[in-house]
Design a protein around this ligand. Structure first.
Ligand SMILES: Nc1ncnc2c1ncn2[C@@H]1O[C@H](COP(=O)(O)OP(=O)(O)O)[C@@H](O)[C@H]1O
Ligand SMILES: [Mg+2]
Length: 585
């Protein structure tokens, strides 16, 4: 960034000088020629002067694109860095913000107008600053010279420019209003294009005939958008008409007066030529100055969107009470004390008054129906979500005093929704370029992936997905889940959390994981989450979660004997799975 800033200043200054030379030179040139002709200068001399001036102008004109290329390139590199930073920054904001639509909207607007647009925000701000400065310098010269010719000329031109600026301002504020409407529509269109182009949706969209539905939404949004744009164009048309009429009046007054002076003999031909050109250039430059000024204000507002968002995000990231980095290296009890949690905008608590102790080294199972709150509890434990009230302790330390980055090292989670990175199998397991191949093999073996990987041509170095590698391999749902398990086992953290780790596995693969389970979790605290009650019989203790409350806890046998919700759900499920197993033959 410093390097691009170093280059930016000389480039800025040189491009301003070029702009001023071009504008002033082109205004003076015709007058010089007329002057030479009127003074009956020898033709070769006229040609020489003309050649000199033309060459200078041509050089300046050539310098402009050259300067533009160098300047824009240097500057754009900085902007790309900003964009990447903006994208990554989101990973650091509180996880719960993912559930707030308004946050997404703000982020979209900030990135679209502050960073991404070619004619907005940080990209346009430098260009407009340059135009502002070069116009200001050019005008200093032109208005000064015009004042010498007729004192009221600069005043009239300035007056006209300010009036047209007023008219344009009204259109601009209207355009901004429309822009806010448009952003909502663009968000919708973006969502649909995203959903329609994601591989995950390709089957559903085809088979459930969703394309027509998407199309209808897309067309609705596009029509509304076009209608908004039309309103803006119409306003712009009205504005252009008013300004053209004013311009006509102004020109009539100025040129009329100049011609009158010539007729009266108060003006030489070259003086008239100069004045005529200078008035026209002044009008153009005044428009450019005001346009640049207004655009700069707008650009600054756009960049402010990003700045404000970063300010809010940084505050959220800063977490001044999170200072502890001294995490234990062995399992400690994890304790929930009167924990409540409600998602933003939700009308009821997902977790209410949860009291729970997971003792160090326990093999715990957390079961319950879909939507009971199992994943929410996991995310609370991981510090991804913060309790609305109540405390979570690791040993005797509230977890919200740990620096999150360090705190996360304490856990090896297998998430329900997995993320395969577009890199090799080994790097997917290690989540790093630093790969301990022996431990990778061990983790893959425990997760039951060894044979699958052995069958692949490049083994551990097989690239996954086609996003980056042309010959990347697409894993099946079950293979992905095993890979996620291997990732967690490789990390070898004190707490292993598995959220529905076997949901995508076949019965054989599932039972293999259960057989290896004890070995996998030796010396660790483990939390196995499932909606399938039978899968958790190996646990020391089972927690049965019902609508955010733990209603029963104990061993499988005891819970069955109690004849409560667990026993009931187990009965239904075992009947179903038995039939399932019979049908499978
Ligand atoms: N991002 C979210 N925003 C609002 N509500 C949510 C969100 N995620 C989950 N919920 C709600 O919280 C409840 C518990 O969800 P979850 O913890 O995922 O359940 P489980 O993992 O037991 O199936 C559900 O009723 C769900 O609708
Ligand atoms: Mg879940």
């Amino acid at each position: 960034m410093t390097q691009s800033a170093d280059h930016a200043l000389p480039q800025l200054i040189s491009s301003i000088i070029i702009d001023v030379i071009l504008a002033v030179g082109a205004t003076i040139l015709p007058a010089v020629v007329v002057q030479l002709l009127a003074a009956h200068t020898a033709l070769p001399n006229v040609a020489l002067v003309l050649l000199g001036i033309s060459a200078a102008l041509a050089l300046a004109q050539w310098g402009r694109p050259v300067n533009e290329i160098v300047f824009t390139n240097t500057y754009r590199r900085g902007r790309i860095l900003q964009l990447i930073q903006f994208g990554l920054h989101k990973v650091q904001v509180p996880y719960v913000w993912n559930s707030i639509p308004a946050y997404d909207q703000d982020r979209y607007t900030a990135s679209a107008y502050g960073l991404y647009g070619d004619s907005t925000g940080s990209e346009a701000i430098i260009k407009n600053f340059r135009e502002l400065l070069s116009s200001a310098l050019t005008l200093l010269f032109l208005l000064g010279s015009l004042a010498i010719i007729k004192w009221w000329l600069p005043l009239l031109l300035l007056f006209f420019a300010l009036i047209s600026d007023r008219v344009q301002r009204a259109t601009r504020s209207f355009r901004r209003q429309q822009r806010d409407h448009n952003n909502k529509l663009i968000n919708k269109v973006n969502y649909i294009s995203r959903a329609a182009s994601a591989e995950t949706g390709a089957k559903d969209i085809r088979l459930y005939n969703f394309a027509a539905e998407f199309n209808a939404h897309m067309q609705g949004a596009t029509h509304a958008w076009a209608a908004n744009e039309y309103r803006v164009y119409f306003r712009t048309f009205v504005q252009a008409t008013i300004i053209a009429a004013l311009n006509g009046l102004c020109n009539f007054a100025i040129y009329g007066s100049l011609i009158a002076s010539v007729i009266r003999g108060a003006f030489t031909a070259s003086g008239f030529t100069y004045a005529f050109n200078a008035v026209s250039t002044t009008t153009t430059q005044l428009t450019q100055l005001l346009t640049a000024w207004n655009a700069l204000n707008q650009n600054s507002d756009d960049v402010d969107l990003v700045r404000n968002l970063f300010m809010v995000e940084n505050q959220a990231i800063a977490a001044p009470n999170r200072t502890r980095t001294d995490l234990p290296t062995t399992p400690q009890p994890i304790i929930f004390q009167h924990v409540y949690f409600r998602y933003p905008d939700a009308d009821h608590d997902t977790i209410a008054d949860l009291n729970l102790t997971i003792s160090a080294g326990a093999k715990m199972a957390l079961v319950g129906a879909n939507g009971a709150g199992k994943t929410t509890i996991t995310n609370l434990m991981l510090g991804l979500l913060e309790p609305t009230s109540g405390t979570i302790l690791l040993g005797d330390t509230p977890i919200n005093t740990f620096v999150l980055h360090n705190y996360w090292q304490y856990f090896a989670p297998v998430f329900q929704d997995s993320t395969i990175a577009a890199t090799t199998i080994a790097e997917n397991v290690a989540m790093s370029k630093n790969v301990d191949r022996q431990r990778i093999h061990a983790a893959l073996e425990q997760a039951g992936l060894t044979t699958d990987v052995a069958r692949m041509e490049h083994g551990l170095d097989t690239p996954l997905t086609n996003y980056i590698a042309d010959d990347g391999v697409e894993l099946s749902g079950g293979q992905e889940q095993k890979l996620m398990l291997a990732r967690a086992l490789y990390r070898d953290a004190p707490v292993l959390i598995m959220d529905e780790p076997t949901a995508a596995l076949d019965a054989l693969a599932e039972s293999k994981i259960y057989q290896e389970y004890n070995q996998m979790v030796t010396g660790k605290t483990s939390i196995f989450i499932s909606h399938r009650l039978a899968s958790t019989q190996f646990a020391d203790e089972i927690l049965f979660l019902d609508h955010g409350h733990i209603t029963e806890r104990g061993q499988h046998r005891d819970l069955l004997a109690t004849g409560g919700g667990y026993a009931e759900l187990f009965k239904i499920q075992s009947r179903y799975y038995q039939e399932d197993a019979e049908n499978a033959d």
